[in-house]
Design a protein around this ligand. Structure first.
Ligand SMILES: [Cu+2]
Length: 189
């Protein structure tokens, strides 16, 4: 049984990086006003997870003190519609499904309480500036609940038909504005 490294969650930057955090999610971070980032920790290479007709790839989380965001790609290779109902994690008190949408020139997050549909043959992409999962109330989880490899963050994706699929996500610290999806930028960028 492996455990997460205890330093996987940066604890010292909780308060000051909230605006940065929100900017990262909205895809509108302002690099010139940001503090210098700490060196990136070694990022684990996470496996592709296959479950039934579903393939989950590129799972990653960005952690900001007690909050975070999760992103991943799910391909539905089958012939039946699927739906990602919700996401859970032993390290988050709650996980919400959100989508960042443009409201004029302003980007804002909207809850997606019914999760995200994945039609047959299509791909669901959770990414900065778009659909994403918000991790709230991050904590160190008991080892007994945590089967994730070192330096990864366990996500449990709950699908309507496939049920629960456990996915280890690579852990990133602070978001890097230059790494944002350029399609997420507002008109003011
Ligand atoms: Cu959100």
């Amino acid at each position: 049984m492996q455990r997460f490294l205890s330093n996987a969650v940066p604890k010292s930057i909780g308060g000051i990086c909230l605006p940065w955090f929100l900017g990262a999610l909205f895809g509108c971070g302002s690099p010139e006003v940001l503090p210098a980032p700490e060196p990136e920790p070694e990022v684990a290479i996470v496996p592709i997870v296959e479950a039934g007709d579903l393939v989950v790839e590129d799972a990653r989380v960005q952690l900001f003190g007690e909050m975070g965001a999760a992103f991943f790609v799910v391909r539905n290779t089958g012939t039946e519609p699927e739906r990602l109902l919700r996401i859970e994690s032993p390290r988050a008190a709650s996980v919400e499904t959100h989508e960042t949408v443009a409201d004029g020139s302003v980007m804002r997050m909207e809850p997606r309480e019914d999760g995200f549909p994945i039609p047959p043959g299509e791909t669901l992409r959770l990414k900065p500036g778009g659909k994403h999962a918000m991790l709230l109330g991050l904590m160190d989880s008991p080892a007994s609940e945590d089967s994730a490899p070192a330096n990864t963050f366990l996500l449990r994706l709950v699908f309507e038909h496939q049920g629960t699929v456990e996915v280890p996500a690579s852990v990133r610290g602070l978001a890097i504005p230059g790494g944002m999806d350029p399609t997420a930028q507002g008109d003011d960028s």
